[in-house]
Design a protein. Structure first.
Lengths: 290, 201
């Protein structure tokens, strides 16, 4: 960012950011989310899909739920001592999501990489709504919302989810929803809680038009359907879907402020950046990409 | 049959401000006054959950939260305070001075460029305080001091200063003071003075 602009408080010109957004549209990567209850086989399908995308020559980045290096340790410590209430649980996961969005997901997409999200914000919505929080408030907490280009929803029955999870491990306290069911037995609690979560997921799948994959079908069939859908899917323009979230991220990076001849300061005065600065910034953008 | 003695109703007093030191001092003053009048309870302060203290220990390269992320973390800390400090004390008929509460965070968030509507919706879970007092700053010509744990604005400003090129803390601080002052008179918020203290009792 030019030094002069760094010193002067600048309100980033939104039209300029929109232009930048449109220019990047064709170069940006795609965001593909894998959603569904535990034991639905999301991770298996995500890994298969990643391998296939890489074989097609794409650069692929994976972002997992609750994996921000900044927030994850906080959540982990609180989960360990069962100290989280539903609202705190929700807000910490929302902070983790927002941090990953700004530091991992959007930068990778901007650089033209494919991002596979192993769970996305819909996980937060489904789980928190199943914990009894108001969906309207949850949507506010996660806003400005970011719409993936495709959301694959792996649909399974509560029985299948319970059977698959229990065959490999005992569900943990929050995974089993013991904080809200009040059940002492983790498996019994999980069975009750996952039924609620699946109900919320099914409702979200209808509202947000997820691509539903029958996760009770064989693995190769699911993978084939994912590939087929991906190849025929229409690209969603950021300018239509994700303007607020992406512009906020761009503005925070100071992007767009130096790209044009003029930038408006808070006081209403206009500063003309030098042509030299403009050229340098454009070069930076071209080189940096993200 | 003798009538059962009713438990006194608990009260929540919010003390707001744009600088940690002012809020701490004002809270001590308000609590001393209430204590002298025979109130039971205490002061609920920022970062009771230890969230920000733990963040402070994170690696510098990972300490890159946006204003929105910081506000989400403040809100999570407030839910902790409500769950473990404020609601239990009020349920026992005690008085709690929450310093800071919601208005300070909204003023900071708005000054950091977040939409007011998002901020007010975010804090929808917080019950309305019975009284709200502002510890207004007199001077606004400088930025916040680099004292991480003095208060939420100080913490957030230190973080944002190191990660955002356009973070002009002097302007942001002046803006936060202006926004908080604007909310005086609305929703029962008033400036902390001797008179407003007397009216608490």
């Amino acid at each position: 960012m030019p030094k002069a602009l760094r010193a002067a408080p600048v309100t980033l010109p939104r039209p300029r950011l929109r232009t930048l957004l449109r220019a990047q549209e064709k170069r940006r990567g795609l965001l593909i989310a894998f959603e569904g209850p535990d034991g639905a086989g999301k991770t298996t399908q995500r890994k298969l899909f990643k391998t296939w995308l890489q074989s097609e020559g794409h650069e692929v980045v994976t972002s997992k739920w609750n994996s921000s290096p900044l927030i994850k340790p906080l959540i982990k410590a609180r989960k360990k001592v069962h100290a989280l209430g539903p609202e705190e649980f929700c807000l910490l996961h929302a902070a983790d999501f927002r941090h990953r969005l700004h530091t991992e997901i959007l930068p990778a997409l901007w650089q033209g990489r494919m991002v596979l999200a192993d769970r996305f914000l819909f996980t937060g919505l489904a789980r928190d709504a199943a914990r009894g929080l108001d969906l309207d408030w949850l949507l506010h907490v996660y806003s400005p919302l970011v719409w993936p280009d495709v959301v694959f929803y792996f649909s399974v029955s509560p029985d299948t989810s319970t059977r698959r999870v229990v065959s490999t491990r005992t569900p943990k306290f929050y995974e089993a929803g013991q904080d809200v069911t009040g059940e002492g037995d983790a498996v019994t609690s999980y069975r009750q809680f996952i039924a609620r979560v699946i109900r919320e997921y099914d409702a979200l799948a209808l509202i947000f038009q997820f691509v539903t994959i029958d996760a009770e079908r064989p693995i190769y069939e699911q993978h084939r359907r994912i590939r087929e859908f991906f190849q025929s899917a229409r690209r969603r323009a950021w300018a239509e879907w994700n303007v607020e979230a992406v512009l906020e991220w761009l503005a925070e990076r100071g992007e767009g402020a130096g790209t044009g001849a003029r930038a408006r300061t808070r006081t209403g005065t206009r500063t003309r950046t030098r042509a030299r600065t403009k050229t340098k910034t454009s070069k930076d953008e071209a080189g940096r990409g993200g | 049959m003798a009538g059962r003695r009713r438990k006194p109703a608990g009260r929540l007093i919010a003390v707001e401000g744009t600088r940690g030191r002012d809020v701490t001092r004002a809270a001590a003053r308000v609590w001393q006054h209430l204590k002298d009048e025979g109130a039971e309870g205490g002061v609920s302060t920022w970062d009771a959950s230890g969230t920000f203290y733990e963040l402070r220990l994170a690696k510098q390269k990972e300490l890159t939260p946006s204003p929105r992320t910081l506000l989400l973390l403040y809100a999570s800390d407030l839910t902790f305070r409500l769950r473990w400090q404020i609601r239990p004390a009020i349920a026992q008929g005690q008085t709690v001075v929450a310093a800071p509460y919601v208005e300070s965070a909204i003023a900071f968030g708005e000054a950091a460029g977040l939409p007011r509507k998002w901020l007010t919706e975010l804090f929808r879970f917080a019950p309305k305080p019975d009284a709200c007092l502002h510890a207004r700053e007199k001077r606004s010509s400088s930025g916040w001091k680099d004292k991480w744990m003095a208060g939420f604005p100080e913490f957030a400003s230190v973080v944002l200063k190191s990660t955002r090129a356009d973070w002009d803390e002097r302007r942001r601080r002046a803006e936060a003071i202006r926004i908080l002052a604007r909310s005086e008179g609305r929703r029962g918020c008033r400036l902390l003075k001797k008179k407003s203290l007397r009216e608490l009792t």
